[in-house]
Design a protein around this ligand. Structure first.
Ligand code: 6PG
Length: 246
């Protein structure tokens, strides 16, 4: 079932497997269109656990053969401040589930092992180099997840990164976890042609409700602040995550 709420496409699917297949179909379709139009397909990958199923689908038949991986440029929406071989690394999750299966793709890793502010500045430069003349960079697709607190990428409630507009990437201190994170900022998320949230589980239902139909409150529910000015944002939900959307 698909509806539009305040400029957000809301699609509820039977389960997370169906969410992952829908996301894979959209990935393939968007890739074909982007490569046909500009010769490349630029994607920011989501971290966390939900997208892993999608990445494994894309890494295998039939989806793998439906993408021209040598024209695909894979970036990251955020990263933990850990080395790339750490169990907490978003890069490590993507590498094991997708990147190792598509070596033809161009991959731009956030360097979680570096001093966070240096790593953020370095990735900001990477984006300026890869999206020449685009301020902010316009990704063809940004994949996102959402936490039970409504955070997305590493834009957490009441953190400084929510107010950053001068850079495309920022080091964000998350007090409740006592850790630094690297994250794309709102200007980049909202410049995307297509943003695709993959969200599952009952623990996220309250935040989904607030994001799609609650009062405007991005500092409390940062996912609410993702609303591309010239693009589409779609929430692919399982029934549990969609349960409180009326
Ligand atoms: C991260 C992600 C984060 C994630 C949500 C949902 O680095 O953790 O970027 O925004 O998407 O926390 O995570 P799950 O998919 O594991 O529920």
């Amino acid at each position: 079932m698909s509806t539009n709420r305040g400029g957000r496409e809301i699609v509820t699917l039977p389960n997370l497997d169906a969410v992952s297949h829908e996301a894979a179909e959209r990935f393939v379709s968007l890739a074909s269109a982007a490569i046909g139009q500009s010769g490349r397909f630029t994607v920011a990958l989501a971290g966390g656990s939900t997208p892993e199923r999608l990445y494994k689908l894309l890494a295998a038949s039939p989806y793998r053969e439906r993408v021209r991986w040598n024209a695909v440029h894979l970036f990251f929406g955020d990263e933990r401040t850990v080395p790339p071989d750490d169990a907490q690394s978003n890069y490590r999750m993507a590498k094991r589930s997708l990147l190792d299966a598509v070596p033809e793709a161009h991959v731009y890793r956030m360097e979680g092992e570096r001093e966070p502010h240096e790593a953020a500045a370095s990735y900001d430069t990477v984006l300026r180099e890869q999206f020449v003349g685009q301020n902010p960079p316009r990704f063809d697709l940004i994949l996102l997840g959402m936490g039970p607190d409504g955070h997305t990428a590493s834009l957490f409630p009441h953190t400084d990164a929510l107010d950053v507009t001068a850079t495309f990437v920022v080091a964000n201190y998350v007090a409740k976890m006592d850790t630094w994170r690297l994250t794309l900022t709102y200007p980049v998320l909202n410049a995307a042609a297509q943003v695709l949230f993959l969200v599952g589980g009952a623990d996220k239902a309250p935040a989904v409700r607030e994001v799609v139909q609650g009062a405007s409150n991005c500092s409390e529910y940062p996912s609410q602040g993702v609303l591309p000015s010239d693009g589409t944002v779609t929430f692919l939900l399982d029934p549990a995550a969609a349960a409180q959307v009326v």
